[in-house]
Design a protein around this ligand. Structure first.
Ligand code: HEC
Ligand SMILES: [Cu+2]
Length: 316
């Protein structure tokens, strides 16, 4: 039989609302293409050379017509804008209870690690019905995380975190792609998202023994890189304690002024790689930069550890 799917599955909570907007825009484009196409043909036939029609060229100005063809496209344009903006905000506003998963893109694979510790390559296992938030970065060039069935795509950039969230609605296996040309093997940089029943997911997480969680591995790295030497144990060095810092506004020395930034993952990342760029008010800029010394995957673990110190991260 015919198997010629023009459209991917609708497998996330974003999918149907994005498709609705897409089809609306499509319908508008088709409607006006048809109207204009018909007008072109009719006028071309009617005014073809030699045909007997009125060619006196009377005055054609009509303010009413002008107002109409300004107003209608304006309204349609604003509907698309508002509709799109609402969806956009929704797509970039993950729910607070989202399951956190770390993603590192590299030529040419996706390295994925769950907060509980289990890591996988080119596969992402997630439970159905649960919102999932990805924190993503790249170890080399720009990649892009694209799951057509979820209607989500987000660039993955070296040197910073981007994020993406979705809530899968149907168990199954869905294609995952890299959607940004990233070198020779770009076309094979992909894999599968496996949406499982929650119980099956729980089993999958602990398969092959329960190793350390990301936060636990981060705690080990925190000692290994001598962060603890200043941030926990020191009596000679004055460094801020990191308990509770995640998600809180931090006072930053800004010349003579103090400004506040929220300690999110991007801030913590910068604090570790470029400590001099944002110095916490009341402290000396003595923290060394760890740029180039900690891999992206280890950095995500250290950040998971610092988050866990705030008791915000659900480390199960
Ligand atoms: C030599 C001592 C020293 C070492 C080693 C050190 N830090 Fe720091 N760190 C500081 C000081 C001092 C500050 C506050 C001044 C600033 O922001 O640079 C700071 C700030 C921070 C902040 C921002 C804290 C806040 O309250 O906003 C984070 C996060 C951080 N460090 C993480 C780390 C991590 C992770 C490591 C290990 C990879 C590390 N530090 C190693 C001294 C140190
Ligand atoms: Cu890629």
């Amino acid at each position: 039989m015919w198997n010629f799917p023009l459209f991917p599955d609708q497998a996330s909570s974003h999918a149907s609302s994005i498709d609705a907007l897409y089809f609306f825009e499509w319908a508008v484009a088709i409607f006006f293409s048809i109207v204009i196409g018909i007008a072109v043909v009719v006028l071309a036939v009617r005014y073809r050379s030699g045909s007997k029609v009125d060619r006196t060229n009377p005055p054609t100005h009509s303010q009413f017509m002008e107002a109409i063809w300004i107003a209608i496209p304006f309204v349609i344009g604003m509907v698309m804008f508002a509709w799109g903006a609402i969806l956009f905000y929704d797509m970039y506003d993950p729910p607070g209870d989202a399951l956190e998963v770390s993603v590192v893109g590299k030529q040419w694979m996706w390295y994925i690690q769950h907060a509980q510790g289990r890591a996988e390559i080119n596969e992402l296992h997630i439970p159905v019905g649960q919102a999932v938030k990805l924190t993503m970065t790249s170890q080399d060039v720009i990649h892009s995380f694209f799951v057509p069935a979820f209607r989500v795509k987000q660039d993955v950039l070296p040197g910073r975190y981007t994020s993406l969230w979705f809530q899968p609605t149907k168990p199954g296996r869905y294609h995952l792609f890299c959607a940004e040309y990233c070198g020779t093997n770009h076309s094979v940089m992909g894999g599968w998202v496996e949406v499982m029943e929650p119980a099956a997911y729980e089993r999958w997480l602990t398969e092959g023994g329960s190793g350390p969680s990301m936060a636990e591995e981060g705690a080990r790295l925190f000692l290994q890189h001598h962060c603890a030497g200043c941030h926990r144990d020191s009596v000679t060095v004055k460094a801020p304690r990191l308990e509770g810092v995640y998600g809180r506004p931090v006072p930053i020395q800004n010349g003579k002024d103090v400004s506040f930034v929220t300690a999110d993952v991007a801030y913590i990342r910068d604090s570790i790689l470029r400590p001099k760029s944002q110095v916490v008010a009341g402290y000396e800029p003595i923290m060394p930069s760890f740029e180039g010394q900690i891999s992206e995957t280890d950095l995500l673990k250290i950040i998971a550890y610092i988050k866990s110190l705030s008791g915000k991260e659900a480390v199960r």
